[in-house]
Design a protein around this ligand. Sequence first.
Ligand code: EPZ
Length: 419
Amino acid sequence: MQRFIVNGGNRLCGELTLQGSKNSALPIMAAALLCSSECVLHGCPRLTDVYAASRILNHLGCRCSFSGHTAVIDPSQLSGTEVPEKLMHEMRSSIIFMGAMLGRMGECTVSVPGGCELGPRPIDMHLSALRKMDVDIRERGGRIICRVSGKRAHGAKISLNFPSVGATENIILCAVTAEGETVINNAAREPEICDLCAFLRKCGADISGDGESRIVIRGKESLGGCGHTIMPDRIAAATYLSMTAAAGGEIILKNACVPETEPFLSVLEQTGCGVYTTADRIYMRSGPRIKAVRDRIRTMPHPGFPTDAQAVLMAALTTAEGTSVFEENIFDCRYRHTDALIKMGADIQVLGKVAVVKGVEKLNGAPVEATDLRGGAAMVCAALSAEGTTEISMINHIDRGYENMEEAVKALGGDMIRV
Ligand code: EPZ
């Protein structure tokens, strides 16, 4: 298994062009299934989760190929409606293929997604919403067998009891070719939902209200293909900014989606870092030592502080001046990275969904194991500021969501290699 070896102590300086968003590319690749002709996706990040999605598309009979950061998907020969358990379990978000297959073929058989490192990942909201759209759903031995009752799914008025990103995406993917109108109340407002809807509108879908809590979709008979550029990854931005806050330095992030990154930037500024933005660039300077964040950092649905940035910012705050308090409100089990940070010398106390991070003078390098995608990134962040060498194993977690992280860190002057 590959590992990262990081020697801490270097300041990070330089420019980095941000990768395309994993959490936008994945639902848009699923959405391509709905189209009757070719889709070309530019700015598609080269990630293991993206390659897992392409394996599902190819298994279903769509041809999906890559050339650099461009993915070409030809869904015209779509024939399959079953995703094997093995492919379903390669990544948690494969569940969004459900809505797309129902929207195109009227049926699908998928698996209950495995739990993941963040705790149980229920899909009750997905299933109850699709049932309201006249989809017959049976669960048998871990498999979910779905079939629309008539020729197509039917539009419905759906109120989510939590603004679930995946459930919102699945409903949209099924509704764009359903009979009639679908209204989603309490919809997720994440920027990746807006990017998905922008892609679908280019294909001819009739969607309004995305980015707000009420989304209206009027079903169409069919959708055509289109060309689309995937939005930048706001969580990758938060990650490299947190690394610079931890190690000290001065960086410029290019190809940044600034407004969408604001919920993170407004907290980062409270650490005393200098943050300046233009339309598509984020400039940041970090002094010798950052300050603790005075207000409690609560993870919330967008436009609140993003849960995916919790671990990396925590890693940076382990050596801040003062004490910071996190409250993780989205996932039940998203503090697994704290054990590794404590092993490196951090002073963190976890009490349920609250984590109290008391800044220490310095961390020490140590052998640690990535527990999940963002937790693994947090370990790199801590290692860059630590004294000595840190060896990070299980970096397959990190490769799911970050394109060549070691190349990006090296480009900024960090001492990090993959072995
Ligand atoms: C998406 O996951 C993202 N993944 C996650 O990013 C992100 O953390 C999350 O949204 C929240 O922003 C992708 O987009 C591929 P949810 P998703 O449905 O859709 C519960 C990363 O690091 N829930 O909004 O799975 C659920 O258990 C990943 O890039 C139900 O109870 O998130 C969780 O506690 C991690 N029933 C909460 O809602 C359901 O039917 C939020 O989940 C669905 C969800």
